[in-house]
Design a protein around this ligand. Sequence first.
Ligand code: HEM
Length: 412
Amino acid sequence: MTTMGETLPEFFDPEVLEEPFVWYQEALARGPVATAGGGAVHLVLSHKMVSEAAGRPDDLSSDFGAMMRGARADDAEIARVEADGWPQVDTMLTADPPVHTRFRKLVNLAFSMPRVNAMDDEIRAIVRGLLDSLVARESIEMVHDFAVPLPVAVIAAQIGMSPDDAANVKRWSDAFADRLGGMATREREIECAHLVVEFQQQVKRLIDARRGGNGPNDLLGAIVNATIEGERPLDDAEILSIVQQLMVAGNETTTSTIAGGLLLLIQNPDQAAKVRADRSLIPNMVEEMLRLLSPTAGLWRVAAKDMMLGDVAIERGQIVMLRFAAANRDPAVFPEPDRFDVERKNARSHLAFGRGIHMCVGNMLARKELAVTFEELFARYARFELTEGANDFRHVPNRLLRGLAALHVRLS
Ligand code: HEM
């Protein structure tokens, strides 16, 4: 790593991305906006500037869907596969107002606080079922044995799929993520296209079963039947795209917070002891985990016009990345930013869910899944420990997301 005065190394270098925290501090000390990708990307770092940038959707567009759909959008074979499905519509994450506004209003109805609170029992039953299945194991690989299946099972249940279908939900979610990642081979892209169409055809049947207020009153039912005066209800292609986004945006992020959060507790036994003694600290502990882990570490924007961000001039069409993970360790807002403090007064001021019109629509659901998970872990186990010699603490390589690839633990 560099010292002040030298040029900072390339931010997107895999080794910097693996452990970016010294980089953030050195870059933040120089200014709120840095560059990455050989100068091609403006990286917004400070809490103040990320908040400001997230609040200027007219200047900084989220219409980066085409950028993420990758180079194979024109492939004839893929087009042939996709002809059996529904068109991909830019709905929330990659849409700007006024298109975004309509989708967001309708989807907000499905994620209201009373609706999410009503999911408590079901989420707890899923958490308990997963923990029951781990009882006999001496060493648990927390990521794949628990943290991956949990959000997948929750979303599967909420769209009306049986527990047996959870494996399909995972296969589909991986396909969406691989497509967005833009690094898949042509063979994998074709496979992903088949999986997306398979997803669409199965979920279409579930949509039909809920039309007109019939069928279960689950999350999918709420989306299908969401109505707002003056707005047309969502059509099939739009609903399919929304459900797809819920899986892409909700699964890996929740997984990473569970695994990374457990590691924080193991590495900070004094903090774990505080929570064990007073479980009412769990909600604030979850906020502090989200702050430090920032699983959605950064997201793209495209400058819609020539503009200024602080004293940095940005030209129309240039790529900007909001680096939520850097903002969440900004010492101007969070004293001793690298310290895990379950009683931190302003932990909830983090930007792990973003800010402004795109702020995570699933944030209450994610918070609920995390709180229930840690309540159940503390209730069931007296000790959380690492499995000796089994961990390398590496993260899955990704420019946008950050999460442990594996975490081997003993729970006793
Ligand atoms: C710990 C877990 C999670 C984290 C850290 C997270 C993070 C984020 C962030 C940072 C954004 C803002 C994007 C932007 O500004 O461009 C976002 C948006 C979004 N999230 Fe989450 N998320 C999580 C869980 C979930 C869950 C559980 C769901 C749904 C089941 C979900 C669905 C979405 C959707 C659909 C959007 C787009 C909203 C919009 O553009 O209006 N997320 N999330």
